[in-house]
Design a protein around this ligand. Structure first.
Ligand code: DX5
Ligand code: ZN
Length: 224
C-alpha cells in the first residue's frame, strides 16, 4: 500500500534563505521537499537549476522531489543526479521518448517521475505505469504557485490508481484543506502543497492532517 508523503513546494518559501526554509519544512514533518525547476520555455517562468540543488544538498539530507518544468528534460539528468536530486520528474509533453528517459534517470541513480499537465490525457502515461516510480497529476497549469485547484483533473488520479495500486501518485497545484479529501479519495498519496502549507497558522498540523487523510484513504482502497 502506498504511504503518504507530504512534499511542501519551496516555490512558496523564501528563496533568500532556501536551505533554512527546507529545514523548517522538515522540522514540521515534511517527508519530501518539492523543488520546482522552470526554464522559461516549458512554462513562462524561471526558477532554479542544478547549482542550487547542489548547494542545498550540502546543507541538508532530505529527499528532493524535483519537478522539472523544462523543455529538454534529457539535458539535465546528469547534472541533477550529481547535485544530489532524489527524484527527477519530467513532463510527458516535453519528451519524445519517455521510456528511454526513465532508463537514463535510473542509470543516473535517481527515481523517475512522469508529470501530466491538466489538459494532457492520462492515457499518454498508462504504458509507463510499471516503469516509472511516480506519476505527477498536475491540478493547475504549471508555472506559478497560488493558483486555483482544478477538480476536473482528479478522475485521472482515480484511473491511474485503479490500474496501478502500488504506484506513487502525486498531485500538485492548489491543494488545500478544501480539496485534500477529493485527492486522497481518488488515490493520490504524494501531496504537494505550497501556499496551503507555507501560509498555514499551524504548519505541523496541516502536514499531519494531509498525511492522516491520505493514509486512511489508502487503507480503504487496499481493502477493496
Ligand atoms: C506550479 C508548481 C507547484 C506550485 C504549487 O507550477 O508545480 O508545485 O508551487 O503551489 P500551490 O500549492 O500554491 O499551488
Ligand atoms: Zn511542482
Amino acid at each position: 500500500m502506498p504511504i503518504a508523503k507530504i512534499s511542501p513546494s519551496l516555490l512558496s518559501g523564501d528563496f533568500g534563505i532556501l536551505a533554512a526554509e527546507c529545514k523548517r519544512m522538515v522540522s514540521h514533518g515534511a517527508d519530501w521537499l518539492h523543488m520546482d525547476v522552470m526554464d522559461g520555455h516549458f512554462v513562462p517562468n524561471i526558477t532554479i537549476g542544478a547549482p542550487v540543488i547542489s548547494c542545498l544538498t550540502k546543507h541538508l539530507d532530505a529527499f528532493l522531489d524535483c519537478h522539472m518544468m523544462v523543455s529538454h528534460p534529457e539535458k539535465w539528468v546528469d547534472d541533477f543526479a550529481k547535485a544530489g536530486a532524489s527524484l527527477y520528474c519530467f513532463h510527458i509533453e516535453a519528451t519524445q521518448n519517455a521510456s528511454a528517459l526513465i532508463d537514463q534517470i535510473h542509470a543516473a541513480g535517481m527515481k523517475a517521475g512522469v508529470a501530466v499537465k491538466p489538459k494532457t490525457p492520462i492515457s499518454t502515461v498508462m504504458d509507463l505505469g510499471d516503469k516509472m516510480d511516480m506519476c505527477l497529476v498536475m491540478t493547475v497549469e504549471p508555472g506559478f504557485g497560488g493558483q486555483r485547484f482544478m477538480a476536473e483533473c482528479i478522475p485521472k488520479v482515480k484511473e491511474l490508481r485503479a490500474k496501478f495500486p502500488n504506484l506513487d501518485i502525486e498531485v500538485d497545484g492548489g491543494i488545500a484543506m478544501e480539496n485534500i479529501d477529493a485527492a486522497a479519495e481518488a488515490g493520490a498519496n504524494v501531496i504537494v502543497a505550497g501556499t496551503s502549507i507555507f501560509k498555514a497558522d499551524d504548519i505541523t498540523g496541516t502536514i499531519e492532517t494531509f498525511r492522516n487523510k491520505v493514509n486512511s484513504e489508502q487503507a480503504l482502497l487496499a481493502k477493496k
